[in-house]
Write a protein that binds this ligand. Structure first.
Ligand SMILES: [Zn+2]
Ligand SMILES: [Zn+2]
Ligand SMILES: [Zn+2]
Length: 314
């Protein structure tokens, strides 16, 4: 998938601009609701394709998917401008008061706090005993709703949603809900991409544009009869002439050793390449650079591939 130059460019963009992740926006369409505008613009693709692509890339481990937000919206008009109402399940009035419910421990009577209130103090409305100590005289049984229209005490009121856009009313389970995810670049993948994938894609793109035919990761026999593995071989024919470029990609923890330069030169010479390019990540050692300049090998680090240029054969 990363051989797709558009995707390589996308990663490159995210890494270059130091964009930590790809953010979703709520954008209702025919049968989906989330889109990723930054990706769509960059890849010149539609919202559905972009979403699938991100899903694939996260499955492959290049991106990690994270919860971003949950959006509730109107099933009729997609508006997010919803208002929650709690109503009485018996008479459907919204005129509910939230009250603490108390229990008199001696007689077991349960009622709302207002029933127990009596001229500045508390008394049980059933047995009329005055109550003083919370915990021993009476206990709190939590909050309940009391319907001020039909006087019912309600444990859990019904939830209704009103859409402020189309003014329709929906039950709780009728309101639509979509979970939106953002996609973050995985740090380990970033380093890996910096080292191999992105430079390779860029070199390939550049040489293809210059009219070269590209072969990647090939096994070939040189003039000496030795077998060589070549990262990228670019060939361009004009009449009887053929111009061959061998591109080697080397990476190391800190600096790429000069030995890599010599090996690359030996391979390129054996397959009669006129030009040699080395992409060293993160960079080539100082003596490596000296060898490279001696052998006329052009050296780039993954970061300075912008300077990539090929002198065309005369
Ligand atoms: Zn009621
Ligand atoms: Zn009582
Ligand atoms: Zn609506």
């Amino acid at each position: 998938m990363l051989n797709d130059p558009r995707i390589a460019r996308l990663f490159e963009l995210l890494i270059d601009k130091n964009i930590p992740g790809i953010e979703p926006v709520f954008a209702p369409r025919l049968d989906s609701w989330v889109s990723y505008p930054a990706i769509e613009a960059e890849l010149g693709t539609d919202a559905d394709h972009a979403a699938l692509l991100l899903e694939d890339l996260s499955r492959l481990g290049y991106l990690s998917r994270q919860f971003h937000d949950k959006v509730l919206f109107c099933p009729a008009c997609n508006s997010q401008d919803l208002k929650l109402n709690t109503v009485c399940p018996k008479c459907r009035s919204a005129n509910l008061a939230r009250q603490r419910v108390l229990e008199h421990k001696n007689c077991g009577y349960i009622g709302t706090e207002s029933e127990f209130t009596k001229s500045g103090g508390r008394a049980c409305p059933k047995c009329r005993v005055e109550l003083v100590l919370v915990g021993s005289d009476y206990v709190s049984r939590g909050l309940r709703h009391r319907c001020l229209a039909c006087d019912a005490v309600i444990e859990s009121p019904e939830e209704n949603w009103t859409c402020r856009s189309c003014h329709r009313v929906f039950r709780k389970d009728e309101v639509r809900e979509v979970v939106m995810y953002s996609y973050l670049l995985d740090q380990a993948q970033i380093s890996k991409l910096r080292v191999e994938r992105i430079p390779k894609a860029r070199v390939r793109e550049f040489l293809t544009r210059e009219g070269y035919e590209i072969q990647e990761s090939i096994q070939t026999t040189g003039r000496s009869g030795a077998e060589h593995r070549i990262d990228l071989l670019a060939t361009k024919r004009s009449g009887p002439l053929e111009h061959r470029i061998v591109v080697g990609f080397s990476s190391a923890e800190t600096v790429v050793d000069s030995e890599e330069v010599i090996k690359l030169y030996a391979k390129a010479y054996d397959v009669s390449a006129q030009d040699i390019i080395m992409v060293a990540s993160p960079k080539l050692s100082d003596d490596g650079r000296q060898f490279a300049s001696h052998y006329h090998i052009r050296v780039y680090s993954a970061e300075d591939l912008d300077r990539l240029y090929i002198k065309l054969p005369a």
